[in-house]
Design a protein around this ligand. Structure first.
Ligand code: DAK
Length: 265
């Protein structure tokens, strides 16, 4: 079901890891509405997929030069003013769907991640990059502003002042800058090393309770912008939910018996 043919995406699955590769390399993987609609369809299917079949998702792209060079500027040129809100809504919907996926999602970035591309990367749970990666939100140079959640998410990753500086000045960050500013978790010499490390990290969750990963992600997403008291309430709700699970009994019993847990939720 997940592995059906898409015009603008390559989707593969190995060891319960699903890899989504954006596939419009001739235009540096620019995001047009057709591609975003395909991503929406695929991510909706993924959010309904159980941990038994899926332990992690990698978002990457085809071609050496770019992860995604932004929203498709040629398509935007022909976009009527009253359709801008639909376009923004579609991009935002796609970016929000990543947070609903029950397993970790890692963006693996090589080359340009600009505008909507940087915003898509920031929609993942975390970002890895190759040394040649370039990040930026250059929308202001086109007379626009970021429209797929970038004004919020960049500040979430790097803090408000750094985010304002990058957006207002149209600056570009190398992978090293992005790592220093906490936008990127780790930098790699090449794509193969990056993908192989991402897979290893995702497969570590095989040894964790998948239900624990799901509840941690849900709790962290829901509580990030809440005050401490509301965050505690959200955590308490998730904690109570997992406390009555089979995984909790399995994990505690295995520890007490000095055995390896075999989590099945
Ligand atoms: N859209 C469409 N085509 C693109 C593209 C893009 N974003 N980026 C590159 N291409 C195409 C080029 O036109 C070229 O096509 P051909 O001429 O060969 O047909 C091909 O990809 C190769 O690109 P270049 O020849 O330009 O390659 P270079 O190595 O010389 O330069 C570059 C690479 C990444 C520096 C350059 O291509 C570039 O500056 N690209 C644009 C980057 C950019 O400005 N990105 C931000 C896009 S704006 C909103 C919703 C969303 C957004 C905003 C508002 N609402 C509805 C409110 C989001 C906006 C954006 O993302």
């Amino acid at each position: 079901m997940l592995l059906k043919e898409y015009k603008n995406l390559l989707v593969t699955k190995e060891d319960k890891i699903l890899t989504i590769s954006i596939n419009r390399p001739k235009v540096l993987n620019a995001l047009n509405q057709e591609l975003l609609s395909e991503l929406k369809t695929l991510l909706t299917l993924i959010t309904d997929t159980d941990f038994k079949d899926l332990r992690g998702v990698i978002l990457t792209s085809e071609g050496e030069k770019a992860f995604i060079a932004g929203a498709d500027i040629k398509e935007m040129d022909g976009l009527e003013d009253d359709k801008a809100s639909d376009f923004s809504a579609l991009g935002q919907e796609v970016s929000l769907l990543f947070s609903k996926v029950k397993v970790p999602v890692i963006a693996c970035v090589q080359g340009y991640a600009l505008g909507g591309g940087c915003e898509m990367a920031m929609s993942a749970d975390w970002i890895y990059a190759t040394e040649n990666a370039i990040f930026g939100l250059p929308e202001l140079s086109l007379g626009l502003i970021p429209g797929f959640g970038g004004t919020k998410r960049l500040a979430q990753f790097v803090g408000l002042a750094k985010a304002k500086e990058l957006i207002f000045t149209g600056g570009k960050w190398t992978a090293a800058d992005a790592y220093k500013n906490l936008l990127v978790n780790k930098v790699f010499a090449n794509k193969e090393e990056m993908l192989s490390f991402a897979k290893k990290q995702l497969l570590k969750s095989e040894r964790q309770s998948a239900l624990g990963v799901f509840y941690s992600k849900k709790t962290m997403e829901e509580s990030y912008f809440c005050n401490m008291q509301d965050s505690m309430s959200i955590e308490k709700k998730s904690f109570s939910a997992i406390f009555s699970s089979k995984d909790k009994r399995t994990g505690i019993k295995a520890f007490l018996n000095k055995e390896k847990p075999n989590f099945q939720y």
